[in-house]
Design a protein around this ligand. Sequence first.
Ligand code: AHR
Length: 493
Amino acid sequence: MVKVVVHTDVRKSQINKNIYGQFSEHLGRCVYEGIWVGYDSPIPNTDGIRNDVIGALKELQVPVLRWPGGCFADEYHWQDGIGPYETRPRMLNTHWGGVEENNHFGTHEFMRLCELIGAEPYICGNVGSGTVYEMQQWVEYMNNGGQSPMASLRAQNGREEPWNVKYFGVGNESWGCGGNMRPEYYADLYRRYATYVRNYTSESVYKIACGPNTADYHWTEVLMREAGKFMNGLSLHYYTTGTGIWEKKGSATGFTAEDWFTTLKATLYMEELIVKHSAIMDKYDPEKKVGLIIDEWGTWFEVEPGTNPGFLYQQNTLRDALVAGINLNLFHEHSDRVQMTNIAQIVNVLQAMILTEGANMVLTPTYHVFNMFKVHQDAHLLQTHYVSPSYSNGTDEIPQLSISSSVDENGHIHVSACNLSHADSLTVDLDLVGLSGVEISGQVLTASELDAHNSFGSPEQVAPKALEGITVEQNSVRFSLPAASVAVIKIVS
Ligand code: AHR
């Protein structure tokens, strides 16, 4: 049993809805097949974008969508992806599988996707192999509502109105696939490129600098020191593998209870990363004006047997649901600094929301967690105290409970909780300080197998169900979390 005290009258930071952001890259079957099927496809579509995926993403209330990469962003030349399809150059996607990229999904198609699902676009510009001029022109093309060469070109391509893109990333993983740079060099390049990311309205573009890989604290130090005052956000990338080490990713399914423990321990490392990078940011930006933007996170396992290793296609199980729930709770708790995150990736790649196969689509356990947790978007974090019981694998220990609570604009309180133990249920006693006479309902996501997942033949193996047996007495609520579960409780007073 664990006692959790929720101070319903102590509001902390606002949970920026952009914490629920997504990432879509020209990688494997994410964009092509997963999103874009083209106008002539027999798969039902709207302007070339598949309707089933649009419907599922609308339901998810995706606040912001990052594109076109990832590593692809630093070899993407945006002018290749505009104009008539027959004149768009074909290229090799050298980073991801060496397959042909026909550039049919470009700026207009991406913006249409964002319109259809109601998401803000977050564009990642090319610093690695692109010029300042090219980046400047792209921003002008997307955002200038007045007269200019790029605004005319946009109109010529069928779009009069600018899109007013709010979020712009200046390069991706510039310490790696985006140019193998040193932080000192990138900091200077960032200052130069970012200068030409112009504003065309009174609302300034939110500029995001390439931040560190995992625990590269030196990168954060140099970027904040040399370029902190020129940026609105600094990115962080951290992936969870099944073994806790990068070189050995582990299998997405068919894993042991020990692998389960190792993966959850590896994902909890996100908290240390946030705390330590934030401490450096605090030194240069005590007012927390610069957001920590975790624009790539999630599980990275071995690809499904028989699939292209460059396509990063993996199954998604109950373990992924726990990884999602734990991270989202961590992001809430650090929402004074974490302003946006983008899980990798939205369809068919890494920890996807959606998997597709031909005309079929399946929603993953991770999708269900995002759907259950979306009630926290833009809500205020509530002060929550508890001492978690330990979950041990015999030699090592991690907390058994991950929990977070918030109050939304209607005064409704939501508590999201994960029971990390693969074997033991957990009774939670919630003490709702400041409330009386409450109505409670809840949903839970769990399964009898740790690697339970949704397949095209069996798409409902892992799906949310009502959480039964919640009891209420005055302002005390008791419920039981099954082993290996994620739940969200709604409290209305
Ligand atoms: O999300 C897959 C890849 O992981 C991205 O392209 C890159 O930025 C990261 O290394």
